[in-house]
Design a protein around this ligand. Structure first.
Ligand SMILES: Nc1nc2c([nH]c(=O)n2[C@H]2C[C@H](O)[C@@H](COP(=O)(O)OP(=O)(O)OP(=O)(O)O)O2)c(=O)[nH]1
Length: 169
């Protein structure tokens, strides 16, 4: 499925630079796990969890920025699914007055596994589905997220549950 940007796409206008991030799940069809990354820097965010991604450079399309950031940070290639927006269809307000666009994604079949870079202290697969938590994984809400990411993660959990329910029915 191609990436889409909402009509409110602030990537070419807003200051400070907007952020794009990937909610990487085990399967776009039946998502049960989310890849969560703890930040290495800056000091105020060190150890807090985020969705992998980064800044959209001036003149860069959001989808290109996301592909670039994921290659730089995780060394992998993703297939993208639905965009995850606020209830109003907007990008999310995050740390330091920025806005962030978020897309569901899964690792492309031939891609290497996501690997740790200097950007992160730890990569953790966490359970979106209580049934997966029974396998000994932490649940996503048990991780110390950047405070602005909490509503985004709640939305991803709800979205994933909807996708699983559709698949079951
Ligand atoms: N990637 C990412 N950044 C987030 C999230 N939540 C959140 O508040 N942020 C904030 C933290 C930072 O202020 C900013 C992201 O900046 P960054 O430093 O990761 O961007 P970058 O990779 O392009 O960085 P750099 O090249 O300038 O080091 O967005 C999130 O879930 N993912």
């Amino acid at each position: 499925m191609p990436l889409s940007t909402p009509s409110s796409d602030p990537s070419q206008t807003s200051t400070p630079r907007p952020i794009v991030a990937a909610a990487i799940v085990d399967s776009l069809d039946f998502p049960t796990r989310l890849l969560c990354a703890s930040r290495a820097y800056p000091a105020e965010l060190r150890g807090q969890f985020e969705l992998p991604g980064g800044k959209v450079e001036l003149g860069e399309a959001p989808r290109d920025a996301l592909v670039r950031e994921i290659r730089e940070e995780l060394g992998c290639v993703l297939t993208y699914g639905h965009e995850v927006t606020t209830q109003d269809g907007l990008w999310w307000p995050i740390h330091a007055g920025r806005r962030m666009g978020v897309w569901l994604a899964e690792r492309t079949q031939d891609s290497p596994e996501p690997s740790l870079s200097e950007n992160h202290l730890e990569l953790v697969w966490a359970a979106l589905d209580p049934a997966t938590a029974a396998d000994g994984l932490p649940t996503v809400d048990a991780l110390p997220w950047i405070v602005h990411d909490r509503p985004i993660v709640e939305r991803i959990v709800a979205f994933a549950a909807d996708l699983r329910n559709k698949r079951k029915s």
